[in-house]
Every structure is written in C-alpha cells, then in structure tokens.
Write a protein that binds this ligand. Structure first.
Ligand code: CA
Length: 224
C-alpha cells in the first residue's frame, strides 16, 4: 500500500510518514500543493492524505484538478478546523473523507483502512454502516431496518465519528475538540447531553447498537 502525504507542516508530515511506515505502508511526502498534485497524478497511490491550507495550490484545488483529470484515488482531507463549510467543500470537490486535526494515530489508520478496504462502499454511496445502522451523509438520516430519523448537525457529527471509529474508544476530550472546536466553551456535559439524545434515538430505531460509556475515558460503539 502506497500513501501520498501532502502536508506543508513538516513535523506533522514526517510524523505521519513515520506512523504509516511503522504500520507497513510506503509513504511519500510533498510539502506544497503543486508538487502534491504532480505526484498524485502519477496514480501509483492507494490513498492520498491532503491538507487544506497549502502553499502554491490549496488542497481543494489539488483535489478538484485531480478529479478533473479522472483520477479516483481515495482522498482523506486533513482539515485544521471543524467548520462545516470546509467539510462540505471538501466533499463537494470529491474528497472521500475528512479528518479534523488533531487526530489520534489510530483514528487515521482506521480511516486509511476503511478507504482502502471498503473503497466501493465509501465512494459509491454516501452512507456509513455499522451493525444494523446506516448513516446517510447527504440527508443526516440514521436508519435501522425500515425505521429512520433525521439527526441534528451535532448528533450527526458525533454519530459519524463513532461509526467511523467503530469499536475504538473516542475520548470526551477528542469529541469536544472535533465537534465543538478549539474555541468553543462547551464542556463534558455538552457531550453527555448529545450522547443521551443519540441513545434515545437508537432506542427509538430499535437498533441493537449501543453507545458504551468507558468510565473516565469516553465512548465507543458496541453491537450485539
Ligand atoms: Ca497546512
């Protein structure tokens, strides 16, 4: 598996490269958008990690040109903020997934595995699946069998993060950072409130999936 990292923050780029190589991937690094696009167009990569703010050519432009050239390599956008507009723009340009910085190494690895293993599912539909649940990204709909309901923006973001990470534990701290952002004054109990909304919705859907609380740490999904 060959991964291209397009990231101008040199320390982060080299940390990512080390992490990937330790995990058996071959990883190449480009520090600006133009070099990144040139390399990406070679089509030798299985996944591309793409930063948004880049010198010479920004991440969205890299992605647009890559897709315009007919290259369908899965792209994982690395966004610095959790702003909705970034995500929407990224997905509109043809990104397969986005990860908000800072992220946990295992979260990144899980994303890469998902993108390489389950490419067709992730690329041809906009839904995530876990157990008996299905989450539609375009309509914010969570469904189980023939029951479905719409989630609020925050509920959707939390559910998406949980489903993407599956049985991995997401810390409350990480949830706060990713869903509410650095500048927010949201606290742990905001997370708890939304988790309880989601639990009610899972019950309403008659889903077998549970959001498990790992005391003093965070949450993860569990299926029967
Ligand atoms: Ca950057």
């Amino acid at each position: 598996m060959r991964v291209l990292i397009i990231e101008d923050e040199k320390r982060l780029a080299s940390t990512l490269q080390d992490l990937l190589e330790l995990n058996g991937y071959t990883a190449d690094v480009c520090h600006d958008g133009e070099a990144g696009l040139d390399n990406a167009l070679s089509a030798i990569y299985d996944v591309i990690l793409l930063d948004v703010m880049l010198p010479k050519l920004d991440g969205f432009s890299v992605l647009r040109r890559l897709r315009a050239a007919g290259n369908a390599t899965p792209v994982l956008m690395l966004t610095a903020r959790s702003e909705v507009t970034d995500r929407v723009e990224g997905l509109d340009c043809g990104a397969d997934y986005y990860l908000t910085k800072p992220f946990e190494p295992r979260e990144l690895l899980a994303c890469i595995r998902a993108l390489t293993r389950r490419q067709p599912e992730l690329r041809n539909t906009d839904a995530l699946e876990y157990g008996d649940l299905r989450l539609e990204k375009s309509s914010f709909t969570l469904s189980c069998g023939d029951r479905s309901l719409r989630l609020s923006r925050k509920e959707f973001d939390i559910m998406e993060l949980l489903m993407l990470n599956r049985e991995l534990v997401i810390t409350k701290e990480n949830l706060l950072l990713k869903i509410w952002g650095y500048e927010s004054d949201a606290e742990d109990n905001n997370v708890e409130v939304y988790i309880s909304f989601l639990r009610k919705k899972l019950e309403h859907l008659h889903s077998g999936v549970k959001i498990k609380t790992i005391r003093m740490v965070g949450y993860c999904l569990e299926k029967p």
